[in-house]
Design a binder for this molecule. Structure first.
Ligand code: ZN
Length: 242
């Protein structure tokens, strides 16, 4: 099965449409959460993702905050402003879609969460020590996560006490081997200083994971963000990828 894997669209329709066109046809879609927050197109992104074939979509922390499941005080001032703006924009049908998203799903030998298997909605997997603890919280060969907006892979060898972590090279195929935690990066707000939209194609039979990067028209998104009076810092960071 050829699976389109992506995370952290963050209401950026231009980037989402670009990766969907680039990916071509897939048998299934695994979205790892944060469909909304930061960007100017929350309804359009939810509607686009809802229509994708054979979709599994996970709840992210921004999705949960928009639903009122997480206190907005947990976010910084600017992110909070956008969460409140998104709450005003979302239609009832799109809010219902977010409300029904699970925090964790297992498909074959892959566990899907937004943050980490230990704390699916909130925890950031940024270092080997945190990743090590998290290998005890899933029992499949692989765990796919989002949330940090960084395309990273942590590999745990049964003889090692700590996993080896590293950035996924853009536009290259990596053969996954048990056990690994893998992050496809962010579609709508990359934070690895590469402003291109990030996503992955995963083959469930061969375990080949291709991390892809594609350019999209950032200025179009920034224009819509200005019209919606979204925070300037969020507008600027899109061009730089941080
Ligand atoms: Zn996010």
């Amino acid at each position: 099965m050829r699976v389109l894997v992506f995370s952290d669209v963050h209401a950026n329709l231009t980037a989402l449409e670009r990766i969907l066109a680039d990916a071509g046809s897939c048998d299934a879609v695994w979205c790892l959460g944060d469909v909304v927050g930061y960007g100017p197109d929350p309804n359009e992104c939810v509607e686009c993702i809802r229509r994708l074939p054979n979709l599994t979509c996970i709840l992210g922390n921004h999705d949960a905050a928009v639903l009122g499941l997480i206190e907005v005080e947990a976010f910084n001032h600017e992110a909070r402003r956008v969460i409140q703006w998104t709450q005003q924009q979302l239609t009832d049908a799109n809010r219902d879609f977010l409300k029904n998203l699970p925090e964790r799903v297992v498909i074959g030998d892959v566990t899907l969460v937004h943050g980490s298997p230990r704390q699916p909605v909130w925890e950031y997997l940024l270092d080997a020590q945190t990743a090590r603890h998290n290998f005890d919280f899933f029992d499949t060969s692989f765990c796919f996560v989002g949330h940090t907006h960084l395309p990273i892979l942590f590999h745990l060898n049964e003889f090692d006490s700590y996993p080896i972590g590293g950035y996924l090279p853009p536009n290259q195929v990596v053969q996954l081997t048990p056990r690994e935690i893998v992050n496809p990066g962010s579609v709508g707000q990359p934070r690895d200083r590469d402003p291109r939209a990030a996503y992955a194609i995963y083959d469930t039979e061969t375990h080949c994971f291709e991390h892809r990067r594609v350019e999209y028209d950032v200025t179009q998104v920034q224009h819509r963000m200005r019209l919606a009076a979204l925070p300037m810092r969020h507008i600027e960071r899109l061009s730089l990828g941080w």
